[in-house]
Design a protein around this ligand. Structure first.
Ligand code: ARG
Length: 671
């Protein structure tokens, strides 16, 4: 033991000397550059500059690793507010080891991941093979196995790794300290399921749902709503400040005909609220008149002009139509438990569009093209149409004004557009526009299109009703509710649950399965909407997970251990991770922060679904193999409660509940 300490002390001293040396060199180089003034490019100086860059990189890297080390020595499983991302910690440890073993490798490949199979340890570092190639490229022939040995020799002391072994052609198998994982589980129970550490709290604006006024909200908007909500919850969990914006299609020429029709049908609309229950039908009627009646058409056009001039009565009529329409959307949001969605439609940007156009024009970004004012970007051959030849604005104009607003007024440093993949060209063009005119620097403001595929029916064609109409969302949710109740009755749950429990379970399953079916696939792909599939109680479905959750929750109930007892036991009973299945479950639970970190990067929510499914099957393996509560066979009386295992069950339930919350699922305790 003591020579390990000596070894690391030596190592640390050596590292410190190296850092001091590097700092010195950087300083010298920096001074050299400054003294050098403007005549900048001699080959010698270029070489020094590259060298300088490399050194800076290495220094930063080493420092970060060392910081990481320091943190590790002062805490075990994270602070009260964050959880340790084990994979991240291991990355730090291996980065340090690799940098120390191969100081002149500028950008070594980092490959650390959880092992898929127990035989290869708990985690693996597979960098050696890639490093061998990188070294070969600069004429150094070292075998991956020797590289792995050098890495292992240079690993800093830490509290996570119990031992490592080198396997095959240089895989480094990492075995994690069992007490470390055990402490992670206790922490989950005493401090809650917490997120991994984020670099910096960000102001996020998420553009989600965004249906169009006077039109039915369709399944594409449903996807945007479900995905946007889940991403919001994830970001909020991680500690970001998220503002949800519903970018309504509430402006445009169709409002002329809607208002004209309103004036005829409900002439006293200024004093009485018109009873339009079916705005869709109202829209169709007005469209028929618009197409057939030249007089009506003329009036509709003049109303558009009056609306844009904010003529009060006309504005009021427009407002009424928007309100009626939005109320129907709100019903859907309420059913899906979507809160704090700010309606901020295209109309909101009306005045800002004028300002935006002036900004673009005065700085010479607009070109004249057959009476239109257009702007080319580096994203598409198709230009943005900023002003039409009749002087009107377009979808491009409102989105340019919108991104400008989000950057300058909302002061967002992360802007997400949860919009179908079909609008990709348009959105990328807008982002490029914003970049080119200098509204934002992509290095500081992350702007991205969270694209998703179309919803297909079971016939793999665009999702439609039998008669070929678009499916009404309210009816779709109704059908989900009906089918969910049928399913519960089929399982005779109505015989065991109270009326309230049954109705809570019905809602949980109905909305849960619709959301989960959407989220469990890679959003980029199209997905097939099938009630039969989503209500299946086997496989990766909401029903399967929700049932598993109730079963896990029932274990503590069966053992007569309540929440207070769990909390108390968690503080005093160490969690055993001795049995292979206990160990597997505990490790799976400890990977939650790592999963969250990954999704914070790519915002692909299906990773969370897959994780929860894996957690559930891992739990089942554990429960099949490990007694938690033992009963007397004859009398049924509880003879033994394994508290450590009850705690594992409760930790699993806690992680699942957090995962459900992020996905927008509302689990029940009995189902
Ligand atoms: N209302 C649009 C539609 O239904 C979606 C708006 C998306 N957001 C945006 N900023 N363009 O297709």
């Amino acid at each position: 033991m003591s020579d390990i300490v000596t070894k690391y002390t030596e190592r640390a001293v050596q590292q410190e000397a190296e850092i001091a040396q590097l700092k010195q060199e950087i300083l010298q180089l920096q001074n050299g550059e400054i003294n050098d003034g403007n005549d900048s490019s001699s080959p010698e100086l270029d070489k020094l500059r590259t060298e300088n860059q490399k050194l800076k990189y290495r220094l930063a890297h080493l420092l970060r690793s060392i910081e990481e080390e320091e943190k590790q020595s002062t805490r075990i499983t994270g602070t009260d507010t964050v959880m340790t991302d084990i994979s991240q910690q291991l990355q730090g440890i291996f980065a340090f080891a690799i940098m120390s073993a191969f100081p002149d490798l500028a950008n070594p490949t980092m490959a650390v991941e959880a092992s898929k199979n127990d035989r290869f340890g708990d985690y693996q570092c597979n960098s050696a093979m890639a490093i061998a190639q990188q070294l070969r490229a600069v004429g150094r022939k070292i075998s991956p196995n020797e590289i792995a040995q050098a890495i292992v020799k240079n690993m800093p002391s830490n509290k996570i790794i119990e031992k490592v072994e080198i396997a095959g052609p240089g895989f480094i198998n990492v075995h994690i300290q069992r007490p470390f994982i055990s402490a992670v589980i206790s922490d989950i129970l005493t401090k809650g399921v917490r997120p991994p550490k984020i670099d910096r709290k960000k102001k996020v604006v998420i553009d989600m749902s965004s249906p169009n006024i006077a039109k039915e909200m369709h399944v594409g908007h449903l996807r945007s709503t479900i995905i946007g909500e889940s991403i919001t919850r994830l970001l909020q969990f991680a500690g970001h400040d998220v503002q949800k914006v519903c970018h309504l299609g509430d402006w445009g020429t169709q409002f002329g005909m809607l208002i004209a029709h309103l004036q005829d049908r409900f002439p006293d609309y200024l004093t009485k609220s018109p009873p339009i229950s079916d705005l869709q039908a109202f829209y169709k009627e007005s469209k028929v008149r618009f197409d057939e009646d030249a007089e009506f058409k003329k009036r509709a056009y003049s109303l558009v002009v009056q609306l844009q001039a904010k003529e009060p009565d006309i504005h009021k009529a427009w407002q009424l139509i928007c309100d009626i329409s939005y109320r129907a959307f709100e019903d859907i949001y309420e059913r899906l438990d979507i809160k704090d969605l700010i309606p901020r439609g295209e109309s909101f940007y009306q005045d800002l569009m004028v300002e935006t156009v002036q900004d673009l024009e005065s700085r010479g970004f607009l070109e004249l093209d057959e009476g239109r004012k257009i702007m080319f970007t580096d994203s598409s051959k198709v230009p943005l149409t900023i002003v039409k030849s009749d002087g009107g604005f377009t979808y491009d104009t409102s989105d340019m004004a919108c991104i400008r607003y989000r950057v300058f007024v909302d002061k967002a440093d992360w802007i997400l557009y949860v919009v179908d993949a079909g609008q990709s060209v348009h959105l990328e063009n807008i982002y490029a526009g914003g970049r080119i005119v200098g509204w934002y620097d992509p290095a500081r403001v992350r702007v991205e299109h969270i694209k998703f595929g179309v919803v297909l029916g079971e016939d793999k064609k665009k999702f439609k009703t039998r008669s070929g109409d678009t499916v009404r969302l309210a009816e779709l949710l109704d059908e989900g509710m009906r089918r969910s109740l049928d399913k519960l009755k089929e399982k005779e749950r109505d015989k065991v649950l109270t009326a309230e429990e049954l109705s809570a379970a019905q809602r949980s399953v109905a909305y849960g399965c619709i959301k989960y079916a959407d989220l469990c696939h890679n959003r980029v792909n199209d997905y097939v909407f099938s009630f039969d599939k989503m209500l299946d109680d086997k496989g990766n479905t909401a029903v399967y997970l929700l049932y598993a959750y109730t079963r896990i929750k029932s274990i503590a109930r069966l053992a007569k251990v309540d929440d207070a007892a769990v909390l108390q036991a968690a503080g005093s009973t160490p969690i055993d991770v001795i049995h292979a299945k206990e160990w597997k479950l505990a490790k799976c639970l400890s990977r939650f922060p790592e999963i969250v970190s990954r999704i914070l990067n790519d915002l692909l929510m299906h990773t969370l679904c897959e994780y929860l499914y894996e957690l559930t099957t891992t739990f089942t393996e554990f429960y099949d193999a490990c007694y938690c509560v033992e009963k007397d066979r004859q009398t049924g009386v509880i003879v033994k409660v394994n508290m450590s295992r009850i705690l594992l069950c409760e930790a699993a339930a806690a992680v699942m509940a957090k995962g459900f919350h992020i996905l927008g699922l509302d689990p029940v305790n009995r189902m």
